[in-house]
Design a binder for this molecule. Structure first.
Ligand SMILES: C[S@@+](CC[C@H](N)C(=O)[O-])C[C@H]1O[C@@H](n2cnc3c(N)ncnc32)[C@H](O)[C@@H]1O
Length: 275
């Protein structure tokens, strides 16, 4: 029976076995190191605007952005709503976010430097009109994480995440470097089913979005891939270099990585009564 499937347990197993998780080490440290580059790469992407267009927001609203990174959605949202609260464990990401807020003259953002799992309703958290999490669902107990999002939301919750096996170019390079198939971890379908089982019938929209990254030269790209793949031997560097030389696109005096990602928005309104 469909009700007997334990989607949360399957999420945990898939998450524990995800290749990136096994090789990455501490996730917060990983994002601390990557914050600057991640922040830079967002300038060339249309994703933030596309995601924000899916939200049901108005100028009087307060928003909670979980795993906000450098403020990918926080910064444009803070220009449209009354206040944005951020829960973000990476101090490197928060440094970028605060700089971005200052550059944009924004003073309606509050940051909580914690993992979502550690943020306590009534202590760290209040209630927010709209709750969002964008490509930040790295929690092991996702059911508990989703229930907490529902609890602190006044009107709606909207999540953005991956669909299927889609993690940059690691799927191709991983087997060559590590002699094992790349496992990308759980995707939107687990979330949809967990929500369904707790009585939340979410709206799901699947679309394709292009993720672009610009590099000034091949060495910069190789350094980033080495860091992302957590490998630094000379042999691995050679494999990565030849892969990138064949796959990066030369345009406007820069080198570009352009990847079409299949993504989902999963949104629901608070009136869903949970079981
Ligand atoms: C891929 S980035 C996404 C950033 C931004 N939301 C976006 O859409 O570009 C993932 C972010 O999730 C954060 N994150 C990872 N695990 C988290 C957790 N357990 N609770 C809250 N945030 C988390 C990371 O620190 C990182 O900043």
């Amino acid at each position: 029976m469909i009700e007997d499937i334990n989607w949360n347990k399957m999420w945990m197993e898939s998450m524990k076995n995800a290749s990136w998780r096994k090789r990455r080490g501490d996730n917060t440290e990983f994002w601390n190191k990557r914050a600057r580059r991640y922040n830079e790469s967002l300038k060339d992407n249309e994703r933030p605007g596309k995601s924000i267009s899916k939200l049901d927001i108005d100028p009087s609203h307060t928003v909670l952005d979980i795993g906000a990174g450098p403020g990918t959605l926080t910064i444009p949202l803070a220009k449209k709503v009354k206040h944005v609260t951020v829960v973000e464990p990476s101090s490197g990401m928060l440094t970028c976010l605060r700089e971005n807020a200052i550059n944009e003259g924004l003073n309606n953002i509050t940051c909580i430097n914690k993992k979502w799992e550690d943020a306590v309703p009534g202590e760290d958290l209040g209630e927010y009109d709209v709750v969002i999490a964008s490509y930040s669902l790295a929690m092991l107990d996702i059911k508990k994480a989703l229930l907490k999002m529902h609890k602190v939301a006044r009107h709606s919750v909207c999540l953005f995440t991956f669909v299927g096996d889609n993690m940059w170019d690691y799927t191709e390079l991983w087997p060559v470097l590590y002699n094992e198939t790349y496992k990308s971890g759980p995707d939107y379908i687990y979330i949809y089913n967990i929500l369904y089982q707790i009585g939340i019938m979410a709206d799901v929209e699947i679309s394709i979005t292009e993720h672009k990254q610009r590099f000034s030269n091949i060495d910069e790209a190789v350094d980033q891939w080495k860091e992302n793949l957590n490998i630094s031997t000379p042999e691995a560097e050679e494999i990565i270099r030849s892969y990138l030389s064949a796959n990066l696109i030369r345009e406007d005096g820069s080198l570009w990585s352009k990847i079409n990602m299949k993504v989902a928005s999963i949104c629901w309104r608070k009136e869903n009564e949970i079981k």
